[in-house]
Write a protein that binds this ligand. Structure first.
Ligand SMILES: NC(=O)c1ccc[n+]([C@@H]2O[C@H](COP(=O)([O-])OP(=O)(O)OC[C@H]3O[C@@H](n4cnc5c(N)ncnc54)[C@H](OP(=O)(O)O)[C@@H]3O)[C@@H](O)[C@H]2O)c1
Length: 415
């Protein structure tokens, strides 16, 4: 595991998709001057591509070895990842991580630990795979306010939506394909339920807007109730459905955060983000909109992002959360959304809600409505709508009107 002129010793936790990606990048860039000291894994029986001597099963072997200059936490267990990162930061060590679930849940504490003990934590691979979004928000736009960051951040959901639309696959078949190709977890709720996207959005909120948010406070609907009918309807109005994360501030510096399936048109860059690819648009006040697109997952793309963190950390780079030090950002739940709702005709929607729904179409036993609603109210209705298996997506009034016109419900009143 030694490279020529090695002088930096790297300890890796995890040798799965991302851990192996990092290892292979380090080995390929021979002049890197990095020596992989040891790799910590869990399963003693698993066949490995490296000799047994390369591995340990005891995290303390890496955490207590002070000859290791830098640690990379790349394991799939979020609780254990938290203990590893916390112990490293308590000792003032430098550690990089890809674990968005752990980071989103514990970010405030991990920032405090860095301030108190002088350690460094970087996590570019946790958001958008190979797309350098965190460092762009944190460093390049440290001094320019942003109005919006919006993107597709979950490769599995995007793969499922693309396949359903392009090949008329059912949701379950597209999901099965995504799992077989290794894009979706064995238990896919984290991806298709929008949780993974929310975790990534909360990291974007910290670096792009200086906001600390708990993932459960973010409005979230996933794609787990989408059907071929929804995608066909989107196609008839020259749109596509994508799982979109949005962080946007208004003039009062109030921040809206939401993850929702969204009807995107051909004029939107997100329309062209296909399969497992990720895409993020950044809207700075002066620079004008920019769009980054790239591999959101996979061994080499994610390994590349971790490698970028390792090399930056070696050069002394650390996050300073510059936006957090400026103005306090309040979370806005008063903004209004225009929604597309689809449910089976058997679903008995609450009368108070039904009165405000605007019928757009009935199709094969399903009713499709539009609804103008405040975010706070939608948050309250979240579990009710999810329990009723209602598919919820953001749509514009113009798009809703087109659906109504095409179905002959032309007189439908669109807000
Ligand atoms: N895959 C991607 O494209 C991607 C992209 C961005 C971020 N991430 C994040 O990167 C992390 C790793 O993902 P992955 O896809 O590489 O996972 P993976 O392929 O399932 O590999 C997980 C690795 O973690 C090790 N591990 C699990 N629990 C452990 C424990 N308690 N102690 C020590 N090692 C343990 C496993 O050990 P064994 O080998 O012994 O089983 C395995 O080597 C996750 O947080 C994931 O969310 C992944």
């Amino acid at each position: 595991m030694k490279n020529r002129q090695s002088n930096i010793r790297l300890g890796i936790f995890g040798f799965g998709c991302v851990g192996q990606g990092l290892y292979n990048v380090v080995q390929t860039i021979a002049q890197a001057g990095i020596e992989v000291a040891k790799i910590c894994v869990k399963d003693r029986e698993k066949p490995r591509t490296l000799p047994t001597s390369a591995f340990t099963y005891d995290p303390q072997e890496l955490l207590q070895d002070t000859s290791i200059n830098i640690l990379a936490e790349l394991i799939s267990d979020a609780d254990e990842a938290y203990h590893i990162v916390k112990q490293a930061l308590l000792a003032g060590r430098t550690i990089v991580s890809a674990n968005k679930k752990m980071l989103a849940r514990h970010l405030p504490e991990l920032i405090t630990l860095q301030q108190n003990y002088g350690g460094t934590l970087l996590y570019e691979a946790a958001v958008g795979g190979s797309i350098p979004i965190i460092r762009t928000l944190e460093s390049y736009y440290s001094a320019e306010p942003l109005t919006k960051v919006r993107g597709i951040l979950n490769g599995s959901s995007n793969y499922i939506l693309t396949k359903m639309e392009a090949e008329s696959l059912s949701y379950s078949l597209a999901l099965q394909q995504a799992q077989e190709l290794g894009f979706a977890e064995a238990i896919p709720t984290l991806d298709v339920g929008g949780y993974d996207t929310v975790n990534k959005l909360s990291l974007i909120a910290a670096h792009g807007f200086g906001a600390t948010v708990q993932p459960e406070d973010v409005l979230r609907f996933g794609i787990n109730t989408v059907t071929e009918a929804d995608l066909t309807i989107a196609q008839t109005i020259n749109s596509r459905i994508r799982l979109v994360a949005t962080a946007a501030v208004d003039e009062d510096n109030k921040l809206t955060l939401r993850v929702l399936p969204t009807f995107v048109t051909e004029a939107d860059e997100l329309y062209y983000v296909q399969n497992e690819t990720n895409g993020v648009s950044i809207d700075p006040v002066f620079a004008g909109e920019q769009f980054l697109k790239g591999s959101g997952a996979g061994s080499f793309p994610t390994g590349s992002a971790v490698w970028a963190d390792v090399s930056a950390a070696i050069a002394g780079y650390r996050y300073t959360y510059p936006k957090a030090a400026k103005k306090t950002v309040a979370i806005n739940q008063e903004s209004e959304l225009f929604l597309y709702l689809r449910c089976t005709e058997e679903v008995e929607l609450a009368p108070a809600l039904k009165l405000r729904l605007n019928l757009l179409q009935t199709t094969a036993g399903d009713s499709i409505y539009s609804l103008l609603i405040k975010e706070r109210e939608l948050l309250r209705l979240h579990s009710y709508l999810s329990d009723q298996q209602v598919f919820v997506a953001e749509i514009t009034a113009e798009q809703a009107k087109l659906i109504a016109l095409q179905s002959g419900v032309a007189e439908a009143m669109i807000y």
